[in-house]
Design a protein around this ligand. Structure first.
Ligand code: TYD
Length: 134
């Protein structure tokens, strides 16, 4: 399984750092939605879903967290701990987010508006969708 993690260009000077993200340039899709998670409680795991067509980029803009990616046959764990790192998650990929630091702010750039019909929240349904029978 290929994990696509971007290191965005950092614009830094003696005042501090800045990252700018433009759709189709730094982000490989049109950004239709941005959401973020913060104040995530200790030992919480979030996600537990896949998407039929949505693509996303996850950026832990403050603090750190881990993301488990699962394509149905293989699993990978990715740490997000820098505000200039972006994890690309394609459609048909199961994900779980966990190990949030107390100060973590996890921002997600999404290619589509929020649509519950695009979610797969049942792991066995996900396995069937990616062709791994269960
Ligand atoms: P949820 O899907 O449970 O988050 P996760 O799976 O990442 O842990 O979303 C939490 C709530 O927020 C749920 O009531 C739906 C709502 N929500 C929106 O209204 N718009 C959105 O873009 C997202 C991602 C969630």
């Amino acid at each position: 399984m290929q994990v696509i993690k971007y290191a965005f260009q950092q614009h830094g000077d003696d005042r501090g750092m800045l990252v700018a993200l433009e759709e189709y340039k730094d982000i490989p899709f049109e950004i239709k939605r941005v959401y973020y998670m913060y104040d995530t409680k200790k030992d919480v795991h979030r996600g537990f879903n896949a998407h039929k067509s949505l693509e996303q980029i996850l950026i832990c803009i403050h603090g750190s967290c881990k993301v488990l990616l699962d394509n149905g046959t293989e699993k990978k764990i990715v740490s997000l701990e820098k505000p200039y790192e972006g994890l690309y998650i394609a459609n048909n990929m199961w994900r779980e987010m966990y190990d949030f630091s107390e100060d973590a702010v996890l921002m997600v750039l999404a290619s589509e508006y929020y649509k519950e019909e695009d979610y797969i929240r049942d792991y066995n349904e996900f396995l069937r969708m990616v062709g791994v029978e269960k």
